[in-house]
Design a protein around this ligand. Structure first.
Ligand code: G1P
Length: 294
């Protein structure tokens, strides 16, 4: 029987320079979409997919991220005393089991592949998921859960995939499609950030992966690739040269690129409009603003 995917790596070591000056003191992953930090969306998605061990690859200056996962007994007691049950529930829903979270430091910014490799001892010989919290995916069934279900059928390695405009392909890992079966796509190769006009397709990798331990082994010997960084994409593509399988998975849902300011703002609006307590006020404001601008 296929081993269940119970471990996930969250690479969160990036400096977040696109969000300066905020990221001088706030890790990007703690910045909020409405009132939930980016990383909470990633954790919720992982939990829904059956992940039990959460491995954060961090760096200097990410203390607030570690603090975020502490329980807050004083705050909980205060809310209980005041009868603020809904808020208490919101808070308790974010509590993680003791020992479920591990933090590993990436000491040098050598790329996504290197960040994932930093967690090798905790992954050992098991399949694992990787979630990039910058990619926030709104979906009826959380994206990683969709992938875990598909992976139970296919095995191998699986990357989330989405069509992007041709001129944007050079910002992504891009799939060289072998056979397109709709939801599942088998591939001949993957290229990280291909030069403009050289992308093998416009099917891009989005930040959700289910990987075999063999990809971790590939990372041991991986040389730097695009942008002079050790690329996860290259270590996954190397599987195709051996006996490994790699599939693209076209997920159902809307992906927001919260690594960019425009994407972050769009996600903020979308998540706010999805909330009963904010929808009416916000949509009235948006209607009015659009009217004035046109
Ligand atoms: C990373 C991956 C890339 C993927 C992208 C999705 O790139 O290296 O293959 O397409 O995430 O968001 P980054 O955006 O970190 O440069």
């Amino acid at each position: 029987m296929r081993k269940k995917v119970t471990k996930a790596i969250f690479p969160v070591a990036g400096l977040g320079t696109r969000f300066l000056p905020a990221t001088k003191s706030v890790p990007k992953e703690i910045m909020t979409l409405v009132d939930r930090p980016l990383v909470q969306y990633a954790i919720d998605e992982a939990r829904a997919a059956g992940i039990k061990e959460f491995i954060f690859v961090t760096s200097r200056g990410k203390g607030a991220l570690e603090d975020y996962f502490d329980h807050s007994p004083v705050l909980e007691q205060e809310l209980r005393k005041k009868g603020k049950d809904a808020l208490l529930q919101t808070l308790q829903d974010t509590n993680m089991d003791s020992g479920a979270i591990a933090y590993i430091r990436q000491h040098q910014a050598l790329g996504l592949g290197h960040a994932v490799w930093c967690a090798r001892r905790l992954i050992a010989d098991e399949p694992f998921a990787v979630i990039l919290p910058d990619d926030v995916i709104a979906a009826e069934k959380p994206c990683l859960q969709q992938m875990v279900e598909a992976y139970e059928e296919t095995g191998g390695n699986m990357v989330a995939a989405m069509e992007v405009p041709k001129e944007k392909a050079s910002s992504y890992g891009v799939l060289d499609v072998k056979e397109d079966k709709g939801e599942i796509v088998s591939i001949n190769g993957m290229v990280e950030k291909p030069p403009e006009g050289e992308a093998p397709s416009n099917l891009a990798v989005i930040g959700r992966y289910i990987l075999t331990p063999s990809v971790m082994k590939n990372l041991h010997t991986m040389k730097s690739g695009a942008g002079g960084e050790i690329q996860l994409t290259d270590a996954i593509a190397a599987e195709l040269k051996g006996n490994g399988d790699v599939y693209g998975y076209r997920f159902k849902g809307h992906r927001f690129d919260c690594g960019s300011k425009a994407g972050f703002l769009q996600a903020t609006v979308a998540f706010a409009l999805a909330r009963d307590d904010l929808r009416d006020d916000l949509s009235a404001y948006l209607d009015q603003t659009v009217e004035q601008a046109t």
